[in-house]
Design a protein around this ligand. Sequence first.
Ligand SMILES: [Zn+2]
Length: 218
Amino acid sequence: MNVVFLGPPGAGKGTQAETICREKGMEHVSTGNELREAVQAGTAVGLKAKEYMEKGLLVPDDVVVDIVADCMTKGDHNSSFLLDGFPRNLAQAKALDGTLKKLEYKLDNVFYFAVSEETAVKRLTGRWTCPSCGGNYHELYMQPKRPGVCDKCDKPIEQRSDDNVETVKKRLKVYREQTADLIEYYKERGVLNTVDADKGVDDMHDEITAVLETAAGS
Ligand SMILES: [Zn+2]
């Protein structure tokens, strides 16, 4: 079973993705992490991505799609994938469809995390991140075991400097504008599920699990 999680920053999809992947034995494909790994490993697409990142430019769609495809082909063919925060726009979605078809994979479910501005702001303004391993923490929801230190790799964590209220609101607006046609695209294909992302972590988890279990049983 292959699944996509879509949603703006602050919708809580990263947290859900980690739990669902652990429980269901799915491969968690987060483009941020995959990009970082490809760059560090110096793969062909990684080097291409690095050129853009060093210039402070966004990595183009086709390079991101190549990195995701690499990731999906390196495991065994029976793996299930959860694509976290990818695709980000209609062009990436169409490119992803091409890749899935070539690999003879199917996209079973897309979950869109619909979040209010108020909730997103509350979640985003307390985030900490580990620059070494990409681990995520939060002052309210996910505190590290020791203050200021990453649970996974023992390195110091940093507060995200771009997480102030105005920036968060702007990012939400941009996200909604950029993804409106993407949401519509998946809705038309009958794979879209909307998750109420203002709910708590456990309620969201139950909602997603119910859909996945129905899909697995059908
Ligand atoms: Zn770490």
